[in-house]
Design a protein around this ligand. Sequence first.
Ligand code: G6P
Length: 366
Amino acid sequence: GHYDTGGYEHYLLKEISEQPETVARTLRGRLDDRFHIAHLGGLNMDARETRSFRRVKIIGCGSAYYSGQIGAQLIEELARIPADAEPASEFRYRSPVVEADTLYVAISQSGETYDTLAAVQELKRKGGRVLGIVNTVGSAIARECDGGVYLHAGPEVSVASTKAFTSTAVAFALLALHLGRVRDLSPADGRRICEGLRRLPDQIKEILALEPRIEELARKYAEAPSMMFVGRVRGYPVAREGAQKLKEISYVHAEAYPASELKHGPLALIGPEMPTVAIVPDDELLDKNLTTLGEIRARGGRVLMVGHRVADPKLADDCVVVPRNETELDPILLTIPLQLFAYHAAVALDRDVDKPRNLAKSVTVE
Ligand code: G6P
């Protein structure tokens, strides 16, 4: 088909702005308000099999991998199954042990990324059970998997992934709800997550309305040669994706670290020339995160805090306050302002936003 920027200056901004609708499409028809469960018709797994997995291993490349890290945390929290994510590009080269009681999940927007496809093929060869979380219907990875969840986010044109990232995290919330509700997750928690998911599209609209302020902040911070992104636990994959977006499209050097690891090395980098974007949700780690901000400020580091409240000016120079959802779902919302931040930093630096140098939308070769 033919797609245009629909009046937006770039595909990237169009795709960021579409997220209230694309998230609604990922959710459509999949939430059951009676039993507080998720209906995922494409999984091709019966209840016995769904209960049998003792581990979940998630693979993908680039932003797909970072969304997989959010997914692993959702599965651990909601379904209480040990889960982790790994770059598909690494997984396929290290002769992984393929276990019969592990559920493998491959993530790909395009469905054509060669490293991910090769990892799926290797898993299948060794008898692994593989689900795909894929945007492109009928793509190579979708066809190779035993079943899966389509994102229905619509075509993503800009090289840097935004709406597919968000929809992947939403698809993982659905998968985690599905796995959790045939295992330990209570009806009350199921309801809480269903209701939280339904709130996402409107809350994304609220975040998009912050764009003028985020643009101002991006212009201010884009002058720095290098930026640090930090977050703890749920905030860490958000920090990684925020750093990835900035690197990809603005070419500003960015590092992402768990906030807890800062004092074990990278704190040496902090000074007035290296500002920090800190992901600080109102979760059980709030106090720990605020302590970290104090440590950064004490070294002369500037701090842009992205979270649920305005911080003490002694701890943060600037704040972006996003609406709260359920704690487990907050990473999905916290990523959106970082997309806008990277976009406006790239525009301020006059970069080729939709086609950054050296990158391809999907890497279909080895
Ligand atoms: C490329 C793109 C990234 C993307 C990755 C995975 O490297 O530049 O933006 O995250 O591929 O793509 P996929 O289509 O498999 O999600």
